[in-house]
Design a protein. Sequence first.
Length: 120
Amino acid sequence: MEPADSIARLGFARWYERRLIEGHAWFVSCFLCMIAIAACMEELNLRGSLPRLAVYATLVLASAALAVYAAVRYHRILSEAERLGEHATCGNCGAYARFKLYSPTMARCRRCGNEWRLIN
Ligand SMILES: [Zn+2]
């Protein structure tokens, strides 16, 4: 059950770091797709051959679809990381990311033993 399995395996700080890296990789992918769209649109005209036009039109559509998918993934990954990051601080002693998951949703502070719901 994600993300509890990953957090339990890696620890919260490492899981959070990896999610930020993955999210930003999707952001870079989206940006590269936009550059590809701009480059293909510049080459897209009606004076060339029909197969050439079809190739560029296909590249534009594929890049647009990938850009939308990458933007959605970026948003979802960062939203999840931010949502869990807001609950990663112990309410009793204030320790950040110093907890262990003892069930798929519940966390226990390593410093003071306080328990709280990390994942809803
Ligand atoms: Zn604590």
